[in-house]
Design a protein around this ligand. Structure first.
Ligand SMILES: *Cc1c(COP(=O)(O)O)cnc(C)c1O
Length: 431
């Protein structure tokens, strides 16, 4: 399988698309053609690694990683991704729990797969690859967890001191020797600027073999499409229906993976994007004009994106707004609605949802009656609520039980170095 940039550059191999992350012309990599599947192709596949093998095998054709695919998948899917039925009268509704990985958010899947691939392609104990990651919370922890203790790989995480929650800071700082955690005396934008400046510096980047693990890497999207394949196949075998999905959306990586699975023939019905108050996608569907903008801060902070980069992939694969809005729904959910949904979820489901997941449950409750009745629904849960306990607990008036994955991390010692928001400061600690 060959890969091309959305802007035309290529072809490159899967190995190079994984190594490079972004194409030389600034575009994003996509396979030259998506493979086509029928439900029967998955007859022998009964768990996620088996489904993933069938789905991803064509993407690995010709890659040096082809023989390692099963090992990569068993490293990636070391935790379950269940769809739990919700107690909703008269409808078949379930919650796809993407939060059972090491840092209890869905980014563990993409980060784990990318780490398993990159360590095989680039791991070099003599001259380690250095993954630089600027984070406002979830991404950095998932990347650190995925590369932790991998020989020949080093991770440098930069996060804004005092601007992530206490539990997030801990999750960013509790790793082994090969993960360097830096709390930057500045904002997230400073962290991002430092990473960009370091990667653009020829001397530093040749000394440290820099790479990034950001969300536009095709290696994050491919494994995400497998849990949509698995969940839809399970549902289809059980009921004969193609389930509809509602997906909390920020940079559009998770939702793009679902659409990609549907394009490949998996039994997936309507797909609805739930965003927070960042309305760029909703406005695009309304006005047909793509107007990226600065992001607004919301309670669903991991979705605070004003310029969702994967829209470039979606327009390339499916089409412009006039076509897209025929195939996808979108609803923008504000903070007041998120708070109300967290309370209502707790009352109706008997457990709490995180602020991101609450955009999906709010969207589900807002559906037209006829649309809701016409389909079975899968709401996508992107993080465990215990990760956002300072928002969730006051709303529900109870403590959220901490899941074992999270308490294990919180019980480890944490250490982060404090640095000034400058390239010089970063260069010094890298030595
Ligand atoms: C990253 C993230 C999202 C948004 O996912 P995208 O792929 O950027 O659309 C939603 N919820 C949580 C908890 C996240 O960490």
């Amino acid at each position: 399988m060959k890969y091309f940039s959305t802007r035309g550059a290529g072809p490159v191999t899967l190995d190079d698309a994984l190594r490079l992350g972004i194409a030389s012309d600034g575009g994003l990599f996509l396979p030259e053609q998506l493979p086509a599947f029928e439900v029967g192709d998955f007859n022998g596949a009964h768990n996620i690694p088996e489904v993933a093998h069938v789905l991803l095998n064509p993407f690995f054709a010709g890659s040096s990683l082809q023989d390692d695919l099963d090992a990569i998948l068993s490293e990636t899917f070391s935790f379950p991704i269940p769809a739990t039925p919700l107690p909703v009268d008269g409808h078949d509704v379930s919650l796809l729990e993407l939060y059972h990985g090491p840092t209890v958010a869905f980014k563990d899947v993409g980060a784990g797969f990318l780490a398993a691939c990159l360590s095989r392609l680039e791991g070099d104990v003599e001259n380690p690859l250095t993954i630089l990651v600027a984070t406002s919370g979830d991404t950095g922890a998932a990347v650190a967890a995925a590369f932790d203790e991998r020989p020949g790989m080093r991770v440098v995480v930069l996060f804004p001191d005092g601007r992530v929650s206490e539990r997030q800071a801990h999750q960013l700082s509790c790793w082994s020797e090969n993960v360097l955690s830096l709390k930057v005396r500045g904002a997230f934008d400073d962290c991002q600027a430092m990473v960009k400046a370091a990667m653009a510096d020829p001397e530093l980047s040749s000394a440290h073999r820099f790479s990034s693990a950001n969300s536009i890497n095709i290696g994050r999207l491919l494994p995400q499409s497998t849990y949509y394949a698995d969940a839809s196949l399970r549902h289809f075998r059980r009921t004969g229906n193609r389930p509809a999905f509602i997906i909390p959306t920020g940079n559009l990586g998770n939702a793009f993976a679902c659409i990609m699975a549907r394009e490949m023939g998996l039994p997936i019905g309507p797909v609805i994007l739930a965003t927070n108050a960042n309305r760029t996608i909703a406005d695009y569907f309304d006005t047909l004009e793509w107007l990226p903008r600065a992001s607004l801060q919301t309670l669903a902070s991991a979705m605070d994106v004003g310029d969702p980069s994967n829209m470039e992939r979606l327009r390339h694969l499916v089409g412009e707004a006039a076509v897209l809005r025929e195939q996808l729904g979108v609803l923008s959910v504000n903070d007041g609605q998120i708070e109300a949904a967290i309370k209502q979820d707790f009352a109706e489901f008997g457990f709490a949802t995180c602020p991101h997941t609450a955009t999906a449950s709010h969207t589900w409750r807002q559906l037209d009656r006829s649309l809701a009745d016409e389909h079975d629904w899968i709401l996508v849960a992107t993080a465990h609520p215990a990760k956002f306990e300072t928002i969730v607990e006051p709303l529900i008036g109870e403590t959220v039980p901490v899941p074992p994955e999270l308490s294990e991390l919180l019980s480890r010692p944490a250490k982060a170095r404090s640095i000034e928001p400058t390239l010089t400061a970063l260069a010094t600690v890298l030595e």
